[in-house]
Design a protein around this ligand. Structure first.
Ligand code: SF4
Length: 478
């Protein structure tokens, strides 16, 4: 091994080629090229095969990263794929959208001084190859079980659970209020990070494997939670969190002030070939406009970079803290800067200006003060620093909160936390309703795709345990 691996002492880190900003801002295609086989093997060989691999420790899925890096370095790609897919339902998606700089790569022991192994790019290479070679198969149960589950939400948590239960032979029914499966992966994340066929080829395989999708199906409107509980052995709620956080400042009602999700959905629908009147009318289209995006997370970065590609006249990000304190991935910030986004750090909106249509954002400059009880520095306004940032389109990307599920599902017995997330028993993952489980963002709050996958996989195991235990208990005679 020693000869093939540990090559970080000899080889420098190389990421896949990135398309030039001037070219990539003209389209919605993914921005990274793929490694060629020699480069993938070379980069994988930089791994030092740690006894305690911090890359794995810091991966929500605890993937066997050193193993699939070694297999890639040895050219044993199909085995690398098998090891990778054993712990991850969507490795091809994680290879694209995980913030590796905060997870595996950010904790790689050769990060300091040598630069980490390019784990995400190798993962993407392994799995794109697996799809091309036909190694990725639909979930195929060894035998059919007389057990069924209703999964509410076709995002990463719901789909991860669906795949695992279907593979065990369960009859799996996935309900989603949208017309396509994928959740935020289909309508939230833009193509330049995750091309849509990466999602649709997966959901097509799931259908081939016998998973039934009930799309355009809203719980509480088309079917009730009670009906699902009666019809299935278990129910999993994996709706995600969709209620956009708002900002209570004067002018918030003006035309041209829009939530991030509406903007991104319109753009993604357009890319999918849908008829999108709000895009065609210009209401949700940045073309020719001075765009201001408020927020510092990955959704804000997606809005900024989408606006660039739609042909905005200018694109500015307002964030009330500084660059070092941004919640989003630094890689995405860097990509946005390269593409022409202007960042106004330490800038907080005070009001939106305009009569009916927004014309600008009144901004106050901030400075970072003393840390609060959580250790995070407080932001404080600088008196007299106000200025107006001109804007024709303002996109609010301030994060997401849970919707009121007990009300939407007409089920007051569904317990929620004070933040509105569903309360579950941490061990069983069951909600306050027997046989109803929950996973993903609706439990943990807005988080990463990779955490949703982890939660969905865990929930599948808990559901299977619950039904097995239930069936093992002799039922009392009537
Ligand atoms: Fe390899 Fe880095 Fe993981 Fe160590 S931490 S096993 S060097 S990828």
């Amino acid at each position: 091994m020693a000869e093939r691996m540990l090559q970080f002492v000899r080889l420098s880190q190389q990421t896949p080629e990135k398309r030039q900003p001037t070219i990539r801002r003209e389209d919605f295609d993914e921005i990274y090229a793929r490694f060629d086989p020699a480069r993938a093997a070379e980069q994988a060989s930089r791994c030092s095969q740690c006894g305690v691999p911090f890359c794995s420790v810091h991966c929500p899925l605890q993937q066997n990263i050193p193993d699939w890096l070694k297999l890639t370095a040895e050219g044993r790609l199909e085995e690398a794929y098998e090891v990778n897919a054993a712990t991850n339902t969507f490795p091809e998606i994680c290879g694209r959208v995980c913030p590796q700089d905060r997870l595996c790569e950010g904790n790689c022991v050769i990060e300091k001084g040598f630069e980490s192994v390019t784990i995400g790019a190798v993962e993407r290479y392994i799995n794109d190859t697996a799809w091309e070679k036909g190694w990725v198969k639909p979930p195929t149960p060894v035998r059919e079980l007389d057990r069924s589950v209703a999964i509410i939400g076709a995002g990463p948590a719901g789909l991860a659970a669906a795949e695992k239960l279907r593979t065990q032979g369960w009859q799996v029914h996935v309900y989603d209020r949208y017309d396509r499966a994928g959740g935020l992966m289909i309508y939230g994340i833009p193509n330049f990070k995750l091309e849509k066929d990466v999602i649709t080829r997966r959901t097509a395989q799931f259908e081939q494997g016998g998973i039934t999708f009930h799309l355009n199906s809203e719980i509480g409107r088309d079917v009730t939670l009670e009906e699902l509980r009666e019809k299935h052995d278990a129910v999993l709620i994996a709706t995600g969190v969709y209620k956009a956080r708002d900002i209570a400042v004067p002018g918030a009602h003006l035309d041209g002030v829009v939530p991030a999700m509406s903007f991104l959905t319109a753009s993604n629908r357009k890319g999918l070939g849908d008829d999108v009147p709000e895009f065609d009318s210009g209401a949700l289209n940045a073309a020719g406009k001075r765009v201001v995006v408020i927020g510092g997370g990955d959704t804000a970065m997606d809005c900024l970079r989408t606006s660039i590609r739609q042909g905005a006249a200018s694109v500015t990000c307002l964030y009330r803290r500084d660059k070092a304190n941004m919640p989003g991935s630094m890689r995405e910030v860097h990509n946005a800067e390269e593409e022409g986004v202007r960042f106004a750090w330490l800038s907080a909106p005070e009001a939106f200006e305009g009569d009916t249509q927004v014309t600008g954002v009144r901004v106050t400059k901030m400075h970072l003060g003393l840390p609060d009880a959580t250790g995070r520095q407080q932001v404080e306004p600088i008196p007299g620093s106000e200025f107006t940032e001109p804007a024709d389109l303002v996109i609010k990307a301030l994060g997401f909160d849970p919707e009121n599920l007990p009300k939407m599902f007409d089920e007051p017995g569904l317990a929620v936390s004070r933040w509105g997330t569903l309360t579950i028993d941490r061990r069983s993952m069951m909600t306050s309703l027997p046989g109803v489980f929950a996973a993903g963002d609706i439990v943990r709050g807005a988080s990463l795709v990779v955490w949703a996958i982890r939660d969905g996989r865990d929930a599948a195991d808990r559901i299977a345990e619950y039904v097995k235990a239930r069936d093992a208990v002799p039922q009392a005679a009537e």
